[in-house]
Ligand binder design. Structure first.
Ligand code: GLU
Length: 592
């Protein structure tokens, strides 16, 4: 659990607006679960959750609250998300009864080619850390354009006003907790190469101590500049010029803190790339599961397609509480094989539609045996065939560790599910000098070389292309009304975490907080399942008897947030009890 009490969070945010909301000023420390009425917010961070609740309490809607909370996460969770990155925003509009999305994914430079991450000196792909901590990894950030679009389309407050609480938090500072300190410690060598980064995050040359206050006045100024002048200062103005300068000429400190084993290479992003950036508003993915309608994020994220495909397979294979975990692992391996083969930013619509169709689910589900695990990796299905016919070879797995997710619902029934990121924890490690935010390394989500040979790889770099994501903001609708919204960070494990929570809730019948807290495992079509120790202890023997194999344990998977809307107008807001230090959920009124 984060240590900041809600009272302190409120005195931070509220001064930026008018006065603290009396009912919440006396509320206890925010916990991982909250139930009640009037609207709800779940994020990984108590300050961001408190800011979001404050907006709802003052009459703002779910979009207003989500944007204010997101801007605050850019301050308090700067290594996971911020205006230097991108993400995917999914919105249920209660009045129209529709689900819409914003694709604010970073895009590569116009000059990017397939060999973007190949070292010209030896023709080999760069090592990951070399690609990450470079200008090459930086895509045009889409986060600010997402916020601006969401505020204009669906909000009731100006983005300028919604940036104020976050600016105030950045100015006054927030309390460093153990998770924050550890994230800096893990990145100390990379952060130490850039004075613009180490000046903020390595005070006195070392990670900040737990309990100290961390301020970021440059970021406060950047937020206020954007509030005054609009997002043009970013996409076609001085902030953008500073981004491009940082990418093209990384601000390497002549007297770095610590050593970095790789050359720090420049990138080619230009001011024209920033000027030409546009969010997209693709239709959500849509699938049916046991009478519910599941909406997710379409390409360039693979999340919606993969979650939908896996749910379709589960339904087709007649998943039950007894076989749920075995079938969960099998369906996600099959969905990952198909995602790796077919899904990228430029995948044709008919292919995407086929992957989420019932006929495709039938073609894939028939391969699952109730008594014997498939040998992994499984091959992708043949998109041109019908019937139970596997194609050629399998594919790789990736796992990231960064990103953040938030869920907001308001008293009118509008719901926001938003996952956003700067890719790795700490992004590309470069704070834009004088501007206070880290740049993303999102372009390393491209495959550096073809992973699907002799078939084509849908996720190779290309001009202006957006890298494939796994982010899976998901909204489940029941009888025409939102029932459940959820999402998580965790690189490619996002897909399995979202799927597993859905299986826990919808198949195993667990309560939402139990479904969130349950131990997790991730089968991304590799020989061994990645699992949290508690999962392997509880289910390992039974699953191993079916032929599943486990890779080395991982300490934790995901850092999800979710909200369930109950039939009588209530909310169950849920975040992690312990993963990534625990999250923060809150409702506007604990009682009706
Ligand atoms: N960049 C990853 C993606 O878009 C997310 C990173 C993470 O969550 O670790 O899928």
């Amino acid at each position: 659990m984060r240590i900041l009490p809600v009272l302190a969070a409120f005195s931070l945010s509220a001064t930026a607006l008018v006065a603290p909301s009396p009912a919440l000023a006396g509320a206890p420390t925010l916990g991982p679960t909250a139930t009640g009425y009037g609207g709800a917010v779940a994020t990984v961070d108590p300050t961001a959750t408190a800011v979001g609740i404050d907006v709802l309490r003052r009459g703002g809607n779910a979009v207003d609250a989500a944007l204010a909370a997101a801007a605050t996460l850019g301050v308090t969770e700067p290594f996971s998300a911020g205006i230097g990155g991108g993400g995917f925003f999914v919105y249920y509009d209660a009045r129209k009864r529709t689900v819409s999305t914003i694709d604010g994914r970073e895009s590569g430079p116009a000059t990017m080619r397939e060999n973007h991450f190949i070292d010209p000196a030896d023709g080999l792909p760069y090592d990951f850390p070399e690609a990450r901590v470079s200008g090459l990894s930086v895509g045009t950030p889409g986060t600010l354009a997402t916020w601006d679009t969401a505020a204009r389309k669906w909000g009731t407050r100006s983005l300028a006003s919604l940036l104020q609480p976050a600016a105030r938090v950045a100015d006054r500072g927030f309390t460093v907790d153990a998770t924050f300190r550890q994230q800096v410690a893990d990145n100390a060598a990379a952060f130490g190469q850039f004075a613009s980064t180490s000046d903020i995050y390595l005070p006195g040359g070392a990670p900040p101590a737990v309990g100290t206050t961390l301020r970021n006045p440059d970021l406060a100024d950047t937020y206020r500049l954007i509030a005054r002048k609009g997002i043009g200062v970013f996409y076609n103005g001085p902030v953008g010029a500073d981004i491009v300068r940082t990418v093209q000429n990384p601000p390497v400190d002549p007297t770095p803190i610590g050593t970095w084993a790789y050359p720090i290479r420049p990138g080619t992003l230009t001011t024209a790339d920033l000027r030409n950036y546009r969010v997209r508003t693709p239709d959500p993915t849509r699938s049916d599961f046991r009478g519910l309608t599941v909406y997710g994020m379409s390409t360039p994220s693979s999340g919606g397609v993969a979650v939908s495909e896996a749910l379709n397979i589960l339904e087709r294979a007649k998943v039950t509480p007894q076989n749920a975990l075995h079938y969960y692992l099998e369906s996600s391996a099959l969905a990952f094989a198909d995602r790796n083969r077919y899904v990228g930013a430029n995948t044709a619509e008919p292919v995407l539609r086929k992957l989420v169709s019932d006929s495709w689910a039938a073609q894939r589900a028939c391969q699952i045996s109730p008594t014997r695990a498939l040998t992994k990796p499984v091959p992708p299905g043949d998109i041109n065939a019908s019937g139970c016919t596997p194609a050629t070879v399998g594919g790789p797995t990736e796992q990231g560790m960064s990103t953040t997710n938030l869920t907001v619902a308001d008293k009118w029934g509008n719901v926001v599910e938003y996952t956003f990121t700067i890719e790795q924890t700490g992004g590309n490690a470069m704070v834009v000098p004088g501007r206070g935010f880290l740049l993303n390394n999102e372009l390393t989500d491209f495959n550096f070389t073809n992973t699907q040979a002799p078939a084509a790889d849908p996720n190779l770099p290309g001009p202006n292309k957006r890298p494939r994501s796994s982010m899976s903001p998901t909204i489940v609708v029941k009888d025409g009304k939102p029932f459940l919204a959820l999402g998580s960070p965790g690189g490619a494990t996002i897909i399995t975490t979202v799927l597993q929570i859905l299986v826990n809730r919808l198949v195993l019948g667990q309560s939402l907080p139990a479904a969130m807290a349950a131990p997790r495992a991730s089968q991304r079509n590799s020989a061994g399942i990645q699992a949290e120790p508690a999962f392997r202890t509880a289910y390992g023997p039974a699953l191993t008897a079916l032929g599943h194999t486990f890779a080395a344990d991982v300490p934790e998977l995901g850092a999800a947030t979710a909200i369930e809307l109950t039939p009588r107008g209530g909310f169950i807001a849920s975040s992690e009890p312990t993963r990534r230090g625990g999250g923060a959920a809150a409702v506007v009124h604990p009682t009706r």
